[in-house]
Write a protein that binds this ligand. Structure first.
Ligand code: FES
Ligand SMILES: [Fe+2]
Length: 476
């Protein structure tokens, strides 16, 4: 997408901004739930500089990180091989023989439920001459792995069951060489909170340790009870970090998504940082942004949100901020209009947007009724391209309009992953607004005039990302 169609569509909304006089120190300290007890999910994390004493170095980073092939290679060698990576959803591995595949760079992985109580992952590569063994994104009913080239067969546990015409091989042709035998090559896999992670590391940290403070957040949503309602994948003409960074700050919301300021706060945002690179941002919803001078008016997006909750927008004119609390109260009722059980969620989770970054390459955005993951998978050879996968999961609610969910998805089979392009994402307008800009930013970082980019405190989650990446790249 090369035009600025969506930007121009909302130009009229950019006329009512007021300057927000808030210092960078105030942004660091901001709390949306000041009374949240320490250790609770709403609680403010330690400050970023406590986790990363050298964070000041990451307020400016060099633009070669977004295109340099040597840096990309260093990431392949030292980052991607040493982290946990989101391979898929546990709901795709419910029964023995259910499988999913995951590609990152030159790595092609298949994950299978090999027994009722066991999920295993392997390189999806034939040990004979290298053919790809399992084709597709996910499926069911696998009883063994069969290579389509010469029909070698492996059990679901990866052990070789048949080397076709085995007697026709001299013994040395089937020998173990450099540690490679004839079994499918295993990859570490662990499941946490309904999410399937793999690691290419020889000896990774336990996944729960790796997820640190992000673990309880992911667990709180009961993701395993949700259904896939969107699954779209396309190539983005941008480095994976640059593309991801468009989704880890709210600083751009007033300019890129001005319509979102009519029902959500982009100023009183809370940032929380966890070990191993993960972080979270809370954006209050059901309130007109402090950036707008007409917060006492009732705007259509907020009115829709109030109506969806079964309340009357007229009751909230001139009472900016109260709708958020009223919507929360309505959702807390056992017979709430959404037909949802919010009891395991905190007050903020019930009404606000929680946006997470699961290091290194997954972001999520959630608003209690649905959960959107974005995976930013670096292109195998071109650092200026990213495979961008958006997976949205949700629960059947009685009020699907706001979530733009087709109720039919809850009754049919698991949605196929749709391959498309950024010119026709099939996503929703907010994401299309981001997609409109990202390719221009990638072009800009290639300009000889720009050797560095700069991050303010509304972009502190970006600072953390580069600080964490460098821990891997500079590790001996
Ligand atoms: S390449 Fe797989 S059996 Fe020959
Ligand atoms: Fe955005």
């Amino acid at each position: 997408m090369t035009t600025t169609t969506l930007y121009n569509k909302y130009s009229h909304l950019r006329k009512s901004y007021q300057t927000v006089e808030r210092t960078w120190g105030e942004y660091q300290a901001n709390r949306i739930a000041p009374d949240a007890p320490p250790g609770s999910l709403d609680a403010k994390s330690p400050a970023l500089h406590e986790l990363y004493p050298d964070i000041a170095k990451y307020r400016i980073v060099s633009t070669d990180r977004f295109y340099d092939k040597a840096i990309a290679q260093l990431e392949w060698d030292k980052l991607w091989n040493n982290v946990w990576l989101l391979a898929g959803l546990e709901t795709d591995l419910k029964e023995v023989g259910d499988w999913l595949t995951f590609q990152i760079g030159l790595h092609d992985i298949v994950v299978v439920r090999s027994a009722h109580d066991k999920v295993q992952a392997f390189y999806n590569v034939c040990r004979h001459r290298g053919n790809r063994i399992v084709h597709g994104d996910f499926g069911k009913g696998l009883t063994c792995f069969t290579c389509s080239f010469h029909s070698w067969i492996w059990r679901l546990d990866g052990g070789l069951a048949r080397a076709t015409d085995r007697e026709s091989f001299a013994p040395e042709a089937l020998a173990t060489v450099d540690g490679e035998d004839l079994d499918m090559k295993r990859v570490h896999v662990e499941i946490f909170a309904g999410l399937v992670f793999i690691s290419l590391a020889a000896d990774p940290l336990p996944l729960k340790t790796y997820l640190s403070g992000m673990g309880p957040i992911l667990e709180s949503y009961d993701l395993g009870s949700m259904v896939v309602i969107r699954d779209v994948q396309m190539e983005m003409p941008a480095n994976w970090k640059l593309a991801l960074n468009a989704f880890t700050e709210a600083y751009h919301v007033h300019s890129q998504h001005p319509q979102a300021l009519l029902r959500g706060d982009d100023v009183n945002v809370q940032f929380d940082f966890y070990e191993y690179g993960h972080n979270r941002m809370i954006q209050p919803q059901g309130v007109v942004s402090a950036r707008r001078s007409d917060g006492e008016e009732m705007h259509a997006p907020l009115a829709d949100m109030i109506t969806d909750a079964g309340l009357n927008p007229d009751d909230f004119v001139g009472r900016n901020g109260e709708a958020r609390l009223a919507i929360r109260e309505v959702k807390r009722q056992p017979d709430n209009i959404f037909n949802m059980d919010y009891s395991r969620l905190t007050d903020s989770q019930v009404t606000d947007i929680w946006a997470g970054h699961v290091f290194p390459n997954v972001t999520f955005t959630t608003q209690a009724e649905a959960f959107s993951f974005q995976r930013f998978l670096p292109h195998p050879t071109d650092p200026e391209k990213t495979i961008w996968n958006v997976i949205q999961i949700g629960r059947r609610t009685k009020s699907p309009r706001r979530l733009e969910i087709d109720p039919a998805v809850f009754d049919g089979p698991r949605l196929e992953r749709k391959r498309t392009s950024i010119d026709d994402t099939g996503l929703y307008e907010v994401l299309d607004q981001d997609v409109e800009t990202i390719p221009h930013v990638q072009k800009g970082v290639r300009s000889p005039s720009l050797k560095h980019v700069r991050f303010g405190e509304q972009e502190s989650r970006l600072q953390q990302m580069y600080a964490e990446i460098d821990k891997y790249l500079h590790a001996s």
